[in-house]
Design a protein around this ligand. Structure first.
Ligand SMILES: Nc1nc2c(ncn2[C@@H]2O[C@H](COP(=O)(O)OP(=O)(O)OP(=O)(O)O)[C@@H](O)[C@H]2O)c(=O)[nH]1
Ligand SMILES: [Mg+2]
Length: 407
């Protein structure tokens, strides 16, 4: 997994959600008690799951909580669904009542892979009739009859594999999800076996030490998957590399910041695009961003533009979003645009209609779901959305060239 997998743990009160967090993390961090309503706010806990990698488990308040405060808690629980990649829904007593069916439907609507975990099997095991009925109702969900408490007891006796059945189900769901997310290669139909593909990777002061960044690695890997020939160079060596080839490369992919320079060096007959466009193509929302980018030509004097930075800790991205991009857009439009910045996963401003458009960062540090939730919100408010790479390509006058590779 390229990023942490966010797993939401849901269920009515007292179903063993917090106990499950303790079992999966191997620590007693979450408070467990027989009093229904012990967990009141979403609680996040990072852990490493073998075969999946880094995960963030999100414990939630029961979705059947009552009263005025209870309703607020339920709202928070439901909001978690927009920020996760995978859901576990705990139930018990060999029944799956109307509230549970409604919540499972709510998760299913969001296309979230789901594990229905029948807990407290030590008291009441899941009957065949209930199992078959659930499988018919939620055919894509995984189902497990389990006892979290028994597994916790076994773990105290140093039984290492006490949580294994849960891990196995989660691993299967995560691997299906990864296949769905990466889906077809971005380069399918553009690059064939034996084709040379030049990846222009500037190593400047902002490049991380001793390694390449994720989009560069992903594109090199996709070339290898297609049995194409990825060739890496910096901008300074690009001309030498191109003239050393017997046959023109099928494609050149460059860092967005070097777009203008690279575009001047690569003959018009060779397709050229950017890593950020490839990432957007792979992550979805490509058409949304393309349409949003074309809207940049329509911006007016004093228009407000929303810049969405999905990572709070990457100085590199911040510099692009806060400094380079606004300067480039002001220069290219010739308009005095006014920028508003939203960092990390902070909520979007209330008055979305005040904004002429939004520009989203590559979103390599957030889950697809977190990104999608945001973009859907903007689209439903009728706000055109571009992304950093496409907006920079547009500002450098080479957007149409870069996007034509995929058309
Ligand atoms: N018999 C039995 N009891 C369990 C099992 N798992 C959890 N419990 C008990 O169920 C009660 C509730 O567990 P919690 O983990 O606090 O449940 P929760 O879903 O987080 O509850 P809230 O935070 O109140 O919504 C505790 O008394 C647990 O010890 C199990 O497998 N079998
Ligand atoms: Mg709890």
């Amino acid at each position: 997994m390229a990023q942490e997998l966010h797993i939401g743990i849901f269920g009515k009160r007292n179903q063993g959600k917090s106990s499950l967090i303790n079992l999966l993390t191997g620590q007693s961090t979450a408070i467990v008690s027989e009093m229904p309503g012990t967990t009141t706010d979403p609680v996040r806990k990072s852990c490493e799951i073998f075969g999946i990698g880094k995960c963030v488990l999100v414990d939630t308040a029961g979705f059947d909580d009552e009263g005025e405060v209870g309703r607020l808690r339920v709202e928070k629980t439901r909001a978690v669904a927009d920020r996760i990649d995978l859901a576990v829904l705990l139930f018990s007593g060999d029944t799956f009542d109307a509230a549970e069916q409604e919540f499972a439907g709510f998760l299913q609507q969001r296309a979230l892979p789901m594990l229905l975990l029948h807990n407290k099997a030590d008291r009441t095991p899941l009957s065949d009739s209930c199992r078959v009925w659930l499988q018919q109702l939620f055919p894509t969900a995984a189902l497990l009859d389990f006892s979290v408490e028994k597994a916790l007891e076994e773990r105290e006796g140093l039984e290492e594999d006490a949580a294994l059945p849960v891990f196995e189900k989660l691993r299967a769901l995560a691997s299906a999800l990864e296949k769905r997310n990466t889906g077809a290669s971005v380069l399918d139909g553009i690059v064939s076996a034996g084709d040379a593909v030049v990846l222009v990777c500037p190593i400047d002061s902002q490049a991380p030490r001793d390694r390449l960044i994720l989009p560069q690695v992903m594109m090199a890997r996709q070339c290898l998957d297609l049995h194409a020939l990825p060739l890496l160079c910096q901008v300074e060596e690009l001309s030498a590399l191109l003239s050393s080839l017997h046959r023109s490369p099928a494609l050149v992919i460059t860092d967005s910041q070097a777009f203008r320079q690279v575009s001047a060096l690569v003959p018009a007959s060779i397709p050229l695009t950017g890593f950020s466009l490839c990432m957007a193509r792979g992550k979805g929302h490509f058409e949304t961003y393309v349409a949003g980018t074309r809207h940049l030509t329509r911006l007016q004097e004093d228009d407000k533009v929303l810049i969405l930075e999905s990572c709070t800790h990457q100085v590199n991205c911040q510099d692009i979003g806060r400094v380079k991009l606004p300067a480039a857009l002001r220069r290219a439009t010739g308009k005095n645009l006014r920028f508003t910045f939203v960092a990390g996963l902070d909520p979007l401003p209330d008055k979305l209609h005040d904004f002429a458009m939004a520009v989203q960062c590559g979103g390599c540090m957030v889950s697809d779901r977190q990104l999608s939730a945001r973009i859907e919100l903007l689209c439903s408010a009728g706000i055109p959305v571009s992304n950093y790479g496409m907006a920079l390509a547009w500002a450098n006058g080479i957007f149409e060239r870069a996007v034509s590779v995929f058309e």
